[in-house]
Design a protein around this ligand. Structure first.
Ligand code: PLP
Length: 449
């Protein structure tokens, strides 16, 4: 079974000492296999373990209604003539413990901007996690650079820092670790390699609001951190994104880049558009929704943590169920999803797909996580494009294809099972239903073959 790096008591102490408000006090109930039901599985026609619905997401906060209507009536809908985007930037920077925040149209545009501001250019290479959403490496292509995948540690679901150095070439300019599902990556090790090879680090924290690593919020650990506020996210606004950093000059450059290249701060006023930027601005309505959602983010984060700890303690008692392991230095996940690995051979050779269908039938929504993204069609499509062939010699692209072999990531893509963050907003009884349902399936595993 995977060993957690901190105890429950340490997690509570750490979180309480931080900016996360009062922790919910959870007692993990005693649970033995004698409490396991032998009833027929729901997938085989038996009764469901969980009959009721799960918390819906997003949750509409009525406090936003008047502010949005008032703003609508002013006609000041863009950041150029309204104050709400700047207000949000200030509040988000404070929440994260960063000097500066720049709001953007999306997480994708935040990542494109941060990479470009840090100097990633056509023909460069960027090291990236493969166990992630497509945007994490698409933004590298958008900057006309080559994403080079670093294998995943299946136990942590994160970039394996011991695999980074072998992937560095003379074209490598940056590392883009992804705090996937909200799990903080091993940033000390990643930053050490970056420092040794003079590489920039952009954290993809698009799923990791309030994740914590050695007392700091994730997103503040590299040169820049990027977030997404898309509809499903723990801090949602339909669409939206942000870059945070303590580097003032870098943030000036990001601001200029996201605003068509107009001068800003230290970006010189040598012309109307001194640098080559684009329009990646956030709208006023997004900022108002975000500020209303920020009223609940701490409380929700604590509820998810309490429920995750209950699941951690109980699920690891079931053979074949291995909850995620926190990376060294990681203190708290943001739990955009709760992940565990399903080890088929320890579960009577039931396949993962069958297990997922059986769990869904018991009234517990879950899914299988990311696939082998490093083999996705968009990659070959880009590598074979006319422009890309001009940027990279055929020998480099051939080598890239030969090295695009990721055994750790491949293993994880066949084992992962996830619960979405709204499931973790359920009650303690809901969590116990999850444990009961998985235990029921384990006890009746022979009926699934
Ligand atoms: C890990 C990761 N990176 C980047 C993004 C891109 O964010 P957006 O959808 O806001 O553009 C997402 C969004 O789902 C994500 O999950």
């Amino acid at each position: 079974m995977a060993a957690r790096k901190i105890t429950r008591r340490q997690a509570i102490t750490t979180a309480s000492a931080g900016a996360l408000g009062t922790m919910v006090s959870w007692k993990v109930p005693a649970f033995t296999h004698s409490t396991i039901t032998q009833e027929t599985l729901a997938i085989n026609g038996g009764p469901k373990v969980h009959e009721t619905s799960w918390p819906q997401w997003p949750v509409w906060d009525q406090s936003a209604e008047k502010n949005i209507t008032d703003m609508l009536r002013t006609g000041k809908w863009w950041r150029g003539n309204g104050e709400y985007v700047s207000d949000f930037e200030q509040r988000y920077a404070e929440l994260m413990g960063a000097k500066r925040c720049l709001a953007t149209a999306s997480g994708t545009t935040a990542l494109i901007t941060a990479l470009k501001a840090l100097g990633v250019d056509a023909g460069d290479e960027v090291l990236v996690s493969p166990y992630t959403f497509i945007a994490s490496y698409n933004v590298i292509f958008m900057n006309k650079a080559l994403p080079v995948f670093v294998d995943t540690d299946p136990e942590t679901f994160l970039m394996d820092p011991s695999k980074i150095e072998a992937r560095i070439t003379e074209r490598t300019t940056a590392i883009l670790p992804v705090h996937i599902y909200g799990l903080p990556a091993d940033m000390d090790s990643i930053n050490a390699v970056a420092k040794k090879h003079n590489l920039k680090v952009v954290e993809d924290a698009c799923q990791a609001w309030l994740g914590q690593y050695r007392g700091k919020k994730v997103g503040t650990l590299g040169d820049a951190g990027c977030f997404s506020f898309q509809n499903s996210k723990n801090l949602p606004a339909g669409e939206g994104g942000a870059i945070i950093s303590n580097n003032e000059e870098l943030m000036d450059r990001c601001h200029s880049l996201h605003n068509c290249g107009r001068p800003y701060g230290t970006v010189p006023k040598t012309s109307s558009y001194p640098i080559s930027g684009s329009n990646f601005r956030m709208q006023q309505i997004q900022a108002l929704i975000l500020m209303s959602q920020m009223n609940r983010i701490m409380k929700d984060a604590d509820i998810r943590l309490g429920n995750a700890m209950l699941l951690d303690a109980k699920l690891r008692e079931i053979p074949g169920i291995v909850p995620y392991k926190l990376a060294p230095g990681a203190e708290r996940s943001a739990y955009h999803l709760y992940p565990f690995r399903f080890i088929s051979k320890d579960f009577g050779d039931v396949t993962r797909d069958k297990f997922i269908r059986a769990l869904n039938a018991e009234g517990i929504p879950c899914s299988s996580g990311y696939g082998k993204q490093n083999k996705d069609g968009l990659i070959e499509d880009t590598l074979n494009s006319r422009g890309f062939k001009r940027l990279f010699p055929e020998s480099r692209l051939k080598q890239w294809r030969e090295e695009n072999v990721l055994p750790g990531n491949d293993k994880l893509t066949t084992e992962a099972v996830t619960f979405t963050q709204n499931i973790l907003l359920g009650s303690k009884n809901d969590m116990e239903d999850i444990v009961r349902a998985i235990t029921k399936i384990y006890n009746n595993r022979k009926s699934l073959n």
